[in-house]
Ligand binder design. Sequence first.
Ligand code: NPW
Ligand code: ADP
Ligand code: K
Length: 483
Amino acid sequence: MTPSPSALALLTPDEMAAVDRAAIAGGASGPALMRAAGAAVARALRKRFRPCRTLILAGPGNNGGDGYVVARLLEREGWPVSVAALAPPRPGSDAAMAAAEWRGPVLPFTPETLARAQLVVDALFGAGLSRELDGPAAAALRAVRVPLVAVDVPSGLDGATGEPRGFAPQAALTVTFGRLKPGHLLLPGRELCGEVVLADIGLPEAALASVAPRAFRNAPGLWRLPERGAQHHKFSHGHVTIPGGAAMPGAARLAAMSARRIGAGLVTLAAEDTATATLFRQGEPGLLVSAPPPEDLLADERRSAWVLGPGLPPRPETLALLRRVVEAGRHVVADGGALTAAAGQPHTLQGAAILTPHAGEFAKVFGALRRDRLAAARMAAAVTGAVVVLKGSDSIIAAPDGRAAINNNAPPALATAGSGDVLAGLAGGLLAQNLPPFEAACAAAWLHGQAATLALAGAAPGTPLVAEDLLPQLRAAWIAATR
Ligand SMILES: NC(=O)C1=CN([C@@H]2O[C@H](COP(=O)(O)OP(=O)(O)OC[C@H]3O[C@@H](n4cnc5c(N)ncnc54)[C@H](OP(=O)(O)O)[C@@H]3O)[C@@H](O)[C@H]2O)[C@@H](O)CC1
Ligand SMILES: Nc1ncnc2c1ncn2[C@@H]1O[C@H](COP(=O)(O)OP(=O)(O)O)[C@@H](O)[C@H]1O
Ligand SMILES: [K+]
C-alpha cells in the first residue's frame, strides 16, 4: 500500500523533542510513552535474539529511561539482565522513575562489566545528544564486541545528519519511535543503525501534526506518476530534447531511452555535428534525431523539457546553450558536463529545474561538501532556485523551499558508468509530463533504484549490473510505483 506523506515524514531530534513536548502538553503521559518505547525495544529484541547475558548501558536522560524499561521487561521473561549506568537520571524525571522500578543488578560502568555481556543494549544517548561522545561512554561503546541493539539511535550518531559526533557504535538493530530521523537514512548513519525498526508508541496524531516536517523518505506517496487518459496524445505527454556530443554519444542515448520508457511522448537527440547525427540514427527507431545546431530546436515551444549535460563537454559552449534554453523558458535538467561547466559559478545554473550532481560535481560547483550533506543540498537548492539531487547511495533531493527527500532504495551496483545518464533521462521525461521539479526528481530517483533492484532480483549480493540493464525494468518499476 502506498504510504501517506505524513508516514514518510522524517523528524530531526529537535523536531521529535517538540512532538514529545506537544504530546505531554496535550495530556499524554511521559512515563507511558517511555514504557511503550521500552516495550517496543524489548519486543524487537526478543524476536531476533535468544535469552543471553544482556547488559543495558543506561545514560542519564530519557534514552537511559527507555533502557531501564527494557531491562525490567526482559528480566520478567527470565533473561539474565544487568544495567550499567553512566550517570544517574535527574531526580524527579521520568527516567528516574523507570530506574527506580528496576530492582535487578546495577554493575559498575567498567570494561570488565562489558566483557561479560553477550548482548548490549545501547541506551546512553538518543535525541538529546548535545556534544561529541568522549570519555567512558565512547570507550565503552568502542569496546563492544557482541551484538549491540540501539535505542532510538546508536549513541553518538547525530539523528539530524547521519554523522557520528566523535564516535557511534555499529548496531545490529536500532529501534526508534514515532517517526524515522534523517540520520537513520543518511550515510554513514544508515549503515551504523543496522536493521531499523520504527515502532508506534502511541504519540497522539495532533502532537505529530504540530510539527511541519521538512524532510521525507523518498517513496511513492510523496509523489504520483502522471496519469494517461484517452484524451491525451503524444504531445500532451511532452517532448524531451537531449543534446548529444561526439565525445560520449552513449550518455545522451541512455538518457533518451530512459525518457521514452518513462512516458515522454517524443524524445529528440539533438546531435552537435553530422557524424553524431548519423550515429544517433542507428539507435532506437522510435527516437527522433535532429541535425545541428541544437539551438534551432528552441523555436518549437512544444519542446518543453531539455536534458543538458550527459556526455557533453564541460565547456563554456555547453553552459551558453544551457543559458539559452533556460532563458527560452524551458524546463531543464542539468547534469554531467553542464554542471562541470558551471564550476565555481552556481548562479549560472539559476533557472534550471533540476540539477543532478554527484559529490564530485557538487563540490566543483558549490565548494567542498560539508559533513551535513542534507544542509549542503538545501543550500545549493536555495542558491540556484533549482531542485538539487545530490547523488549517491543515499541520494538527497532538496527543493529551494527547504523540502528534502532521502532516497534509500538504490543498490550499490548502480555505481556504474551511464547510470547517472539514465537518472537524468528519467527526470527529464517526468518533467516533460508536467510533474513539478521536486516530484519529478524524487520519482526519478526512486524509479532508478527500483529498476536496479528489479534487475538484480534473485542475484547474489555484489552482482554487478550495467546501465542498459535498467531500461527493461522501468516498466515494472513504474507498475510498482502505482500499486
Ligand atoms: N520522542 C519521544 O516522543 C520519546 C522519546 N523517548 C526517548 O527519549 C530520548 C531523548 O531523551 P532526552 O531528551 O532526555 O535525551 P537523551 O538522549 O537521553 O540524552 C540527554 C542526556 O544525555 C546527556 N548528554 C548528551 N550528549 C552527551 C554526551 N556527548 N556526553 C555525555 N552526556 C551527554 C545530556 O546532558 P546535558 O546535555 O543535559 O548536559 C542529558 O543528560 C529519545 O532518544 C528516546 O529514546 C522515549 O522515552 C519516549 C518518547
Ligand atoms: N554506492 C551506491 N549505491 C547506490 N547508488 C549509487 C551508488 N553510487 C552511485 N549510485 C547512483 O548511481 C548513479 C551514478 O551517477 P553518476 O555518478 O552521474 O554516473 P554516470 O555519470 O557515469 O552516469 C547515481 O544515480 C547515484 O545515485
Ligand atoms: K542510544
